[in-house]
Design a protein around this ligand. Structure first.
Ligand code: FAD
Length: 685
């Protein structure tokens, strides 16, 4: 029993109670979680005391050791650290030196990990991206794109011939898919690879300027090989003795001499020049004028040409071969989704640490308060911090599934990974791109200093939304996949893992919302994972059912292309909604699986904020169908603000648990301690 209760009539106690009563008049008593107190130093209703170590341990995953080795290596080599101001030419050379030193001096072989232990490879990619995003991308081009195309689209002979050179960087290479006129629409590429049965070679040719390979990473300066995506043409094999176009295939094309580095005959390369970001990567444009390569240079896993010019494939149609070819390239998307979360962690850490340090205004005659005590700043940053945690667990799951897919080659897992990598890549990279700007704004003028990183992070990361598949195009793949599963469901077909909830609960989600639960507004109910997940899934199921009906209706008059275009925004919303359902499900699982009760409690708080903030942001959808009544909508809003306020109370621990070394944060204002001192020193005081 506390002292107040023991001495109810003491003078102090009466005064205290009187003050408490009066203070209630300042706030609306129907708003138990009012953020009105947020200008005062914040205290959660019940103090949480997270252990950074335990939280960090749980987040870390199995490959922290290799990440630590990378950080230590670059920490010990100031000559390999990227300065804030650097010319494009110097940055490109530095990036190449960084990658070479990583492989040849630090002894870290990303390519071997990619093949043998993909989840370790993605951890390496995240860490080197923390050192310099250009380095992360250059490494991705070398190992995941150029190396990955050789390993995944080629066969044993290619692996034997090229593996070591790719691994030890004797064979720096490019991935030459995009052309000037065609990026997203890969099936429309125009470069040709025509078989010459007399010399037993393929002739690689750029038929017009629109077919010039464009944006090709590693091509402008360093690449010696390229895997070139081209239409395979077989003379005399088509109808009536005409040429047959067998569709898009990949070919290994040497582009520079291994000794002299001079361009090889028939290869013309120009520099794509200075970019908005990622200037450590040398993107180039390539034209091929009847370049001859041996027949063996066809990456022939999904289709081959015999000595006498006959085509064979285990896959019956051009479309199936195309899908299989592109399907092998999903690793790049997995890596981008994962690395994008890494970038988000850096931006959020800088913004949160600075917002805790920075003090402005405050109550009359009282000390100034941290800007993170302002409700508006909490509203900007706390749901973002919660989303970072949510994406961390979701992309970790994606990486695990990718590793499982590589091991088992199981059809269900393949289907799941394809759609999930497309969806998470687009959802997460778009979110991160938007958030970096918000983080910059949250840090006021000092956020604008280049040394404080937001400009570089924003510019380097921005293109994550476009390469490895434009986000709008990828989301349509997710929507298409959902529709396919939806149709299969009614035919009794199987559903891949992440989609299972549709089978289990579609009918319940599609019945009329329950008018009683629509009014429940208690905190226990709103923080119940079942309510949250049901709400997310309900929205996805509704969107899926309604867009399927609309497509059916419009296709009668507009045809399938026109109908799809008429419903395009609806389809994109559906895909995002589904991805959010998966992200929440994985976050809830991560909370439930956390072994330490204290850490679990903190994660639960963060997860609740993620879920309720998302529901509140889409409250119009829920209100429109009376899934939530007006009183419940209001309660969700209040609770979201209150949870932001609570998360603010543990924000420092939450960002510290990302465990990012100063080498990665680098921004003086984002340092864990002495931030102002480091900042003043930086400008020369
Ligand atoms: C820095 C950088 C590095 C790159 N590195 C490489 C590389 O190493 N190798 C390589 O092969 N390529 C590379 N690329 C190319 C990149 O993969 C393409 O830019 C990307 O695939 C998008 O294609 P696009 O530029 O033709 O865009 P487009 O497809 O022309 O898109 C333009 C706009 O149209 C929209 N759009 C397109 N199709 C649809 C649709 N069906 N529905 C709705 N909207 C649509 C898009 O959303 C976008 O807003 C790189 C690009 C850059 C900028």
């Amino acid at each position: 029993m506390d002292d107040n209760r023991r001495n109810p009539s003491s003078g102090d106690e009466v005064a205290l109670r009187r003050i408490q009563r009066l203070s209630l008049h300042l706030y609306n008593p129907s708003e138990p979680h009012s953020g009105g107190l947020s200008l005062l130093p914040c205290r959660a209703k019940r103090n949480l005391s997270p252990s950074v170590e335990s939280l960090s341990e749980y987040m870390r995953g199995p490959h922290r050791e290799i990440q630590a080795r990378i950080f230590e290596f670059f920490q010990s080599r100031p000559d390999l650290q990227t300065p804030v101001e650097i010319s494009m030419a110097e940055h490109r050379q530095l990036c190449m030196r960084q990658m070479t030193a990583l492989v040849r001096e630090a002894g870290i072989r990303p390519f071997r990990y990619l093949v043998e232990n993909p989840s370790a490879y993605f951890a390496i990619a995240e860490a080197v991206g923390g050192v310099d995003i250009s380095l992360g991308i250059k490494m991705g081009v070398q190992f995941s794109l150029w190396g990955g195309s050789v390993i995944n689209l080629g066969t044993k002979k290619h692996k034997e011939k090229y593996f070591d050179g790719i691994d030890n960087l004797d064979y720096p290479g490019c991935f030459a898919m995009t052309e000037l006129h065609h990026g997203s629409n890969v099936q429309a590429l125009q470069t040709t690879a025509t078989f010459d049965p007399i010399t037993d070679e393929f002739v690689i040719n750029t038929p017009n300027d629109g077919a010039i390979k464009w944006w090709i990473g590693n091509a402008a300066v360093h690449g010696k090989f390229a895997s070139v995506f081209a239409r395979l043409i077989l003379p005399l094999q088509g109808k009536g003795g005409k040429s047959a176009d067998m569709g898009i295939h990949a070919f290994i094309v040497p582009i520079r001499d291994l000794e002299t580095h001079a361009l090889l005959p028939g290869v013309e390369i120009h520099d794509c020049g200075h970019k908005v970001g990622l200037n450590g990567v040398d993107n180039g444009a390539l034209r091929f004028s009847h370049v001859r390569v041996p027949r063996d240079n066809l990456l022939n896993r999904f289709g081959d040409v015999s000595r006498d010019g006959k085509y064979t494939s285990s896959l019956p149609t051009v479309n199936k071969r195309f899908a299989a070819t592109l399907g092998e390239l999903v690793g790049g998307r997995v890596g981008l989704a994962y690395s994008s979360v890494g970038v988000l962690k850096i931006a959020v850490t800088i913004a949160v640490r600075y917002s805790l340090l920075r003090q402005q205004f405050g109550p009359p005659r009282k000390p100034e308060v941290s800007v993170l005590d302002y409700q508006s700043q909490q509203h900007r940053l706390m749901p973002m911090l919660a989303s970072t945690y949510a994406f961390h667990f979701a992309t970790q799951y994606l990486v695990d599934k990718y590793s499982e897919m590589k091991k088992t080659n199981d059809d269900q897992v393949i289907g799941d990974v394809h759609a999930l990598s497309a969806g998470l890549k687009s959802y997460v990279t778009s979110y991160t791109a938007r958030s970096i700007s918000t983080c910059r704004e949250s840090c006021g003028g000092h956020g604008y200093a280049a040394v404080n990183r937001f400009g570089i992070l924003r510019n380097d990361h921005d293109i994550f939304q476009t390469f490895e598949g434009d986000n709008t195009v990828l989301l349509q793949q997710v929507a298409g996949d959902l529709l396919k599963r939806y149709q299969e469901k009614f035919k009794g077909g199987t559903l891949t893992m992440t989609w299972n909830y549709l089978r289990e609960s579609m009918s319940s989600y599609l019945s009329q919302p329950n008018p009683v639960t629509a009014r429940w507004e208690g905190e226990d109910h709103l923080r119940d994972p079942k309510f949250q997940l049901d709400a997310f899934r309900y929205r996805t199921s509704r969107l899926l059912q309604s867009v399927a009906a609309r497509l059916q209706k419009h296709s009668k008059t507009l045809g399938s292309f026109g109908a799809w275009n008429r419903c395009l925004n609806h389809l994109l919303t559906l895909a995002e909604s589904h991805i959010e359902s998966v992200v929440l499900a994985k976050f809830i699982e991560a909370v439930q699986n956390c072994p330490d009760a204290n850490t679990r409690e903190v994660l639960k708080l963060v997860c609740d904020l993620y879920a309720l903030d998302r529901i509140w942001k889409d409250i119009g959808t829920y209100r429109n169908v009376d899934y939530v009544a007006p009183n419940k909508a209001k309660a969700i809003h209040k609770l979201t603000d209150y949870l932001s306020f609570q998360v603010r109370g543990v924000a420092r621990e939450l960002v510290d648990a990302f465990d990012l070394p100063d080498l990665v944060i680098r921004a003086p204002i984002g340092m864990a301690s002495e931030a102002y001192e480091q900042y003043t020193q930086h400008v020369g005081f």
